[in-house]
Design a protein around this ligand. Structure first.
Ligand code: DHB
Ligand code: FE
Length: 279
């Protein structure tokens, strides 16, 4: 039986990837954050799952806003880093796991989640930056990846509770896969941030801390946050945090917090990272 061993939540700030790609991580702006990544990276080096489900969002890079599905599973053999305007990131191509991805599609559909399926998905900073944060700059990513793209960018987005329930269904789907493999699941995006408009630059450390605390001890509390509350408290793009609920729902009732990192500012955002082991 396949087993979910752990989850990670992490922001996916594109500047973090750019700092790495351009050799700038030693500059004063970045040193403290990258020091914080060291503990995360040593945990990841010792806990590489066979497959990682990365719950992420496309930032209208690959999908256009006139046809944006709520939940899309990527069943490709491999996923190219998408060109976001500066060429493709020079990071390894992401290797998929089509067999398990199709099993997820079928199991989730049977569980009444109407998934979109993509066989030609390319992945933007929402997915490649978390890989860089976890694994630094290897010649090849050490884990196979199943991307799960969530619409957090165009109204109407799925609710925080729906995302949690999707995670629970993913937990059931993984448990019903016969092969003895290990699976990780990551929720990406956030934490509080707003990139444009009058409140550009807003961050809310209290809201973020409560969200992270609840992720461990009272995950259902994070399913009761409305979209309006996310936007008011955590900025217009803070709604990306609903993707962390998918990750948390998949981990089951009890988790152990292994590591947490919180840093302000990274670009105009609060960086948050957490590693949770399934108990
Ligand atoms: C930025 C972009 C993002 O998608 C995000 O989640 C956080 C920050 C940025 O452009 O700085
Ligand atoms: Fe984003």
């Amino acid at each position: 039986m396949a087993k979910i061993i752990a989850g990670m939540g992490t922001s996916h700030v594109p500047g973090v990837g750019a700092a790495m790609d351009n050799g700038k991580t030693g500059e004063p702006y970045w040193t403290e954050l990258f020091k914080g990544f060291e503990t995360m990276r040593s945990w990841h080096a010792q806990n590489v799952p066979d497959v990682t489900i990365i719950v992420f969002n496309d930032h209208a890079t690959f999908y256009a806003l006139d046809n944006y599905a709520t939940f899309t599973l990527g069943v490709n053999e491999e996923f190219l880093p998408a060109d976001e305007g500066w060429g493709r990131r020079k990071v390894p191509v992401v290797k998929g796991h089509p067999e398990l991805a199709w099993h997820l599609v079928e199991s989730l559909m049977a569980d009444e989640f109407d998934m979109a399926v993509s066989g030609n998905l390319e992945v933007d900073h929402g997915l490649t930056v978390p890989l860089s944060i976890a694994y630094d700059q290897p010649a090849a990513w050490p884990t196979r990846v199943i991307p799960l793209c969530v619409n957090v960018i165009q109204h109407p987005q799925p609710t925080a509770l729906r995302c949690y329930k999707l995670g629970e269904a993913i937990g059931r789907a993984v448990a019903s896969w016969d092969e003895d493999i290990t699976v990780g699941i990551w929720g990406t995006g956030g934490l509080s941030h707003q990139l444009g408009g009058e409140r550009a630059g807003v961050v809310n450390p209290e809201f973020d801390k409560t969200f992270l605390d609840n992720l461990v001890a009272d995950p259902l509390a994070n399913t009761r946050i409305s979209h309006a509350e996310f936007i008011r408290e955590a900025g217009a793009e803070g709604i990306e945090m609903i993707m962390w609920n998918v990750m948390r729902g998949a981990l089951g009732e009890k988790v152990k917090e292994v590591y947490r990192l919180y840093h302000i500012p990274v670009s105009a955002t609060a960086y948050g990272g957490i590693i949770l082991e399934a108990e």
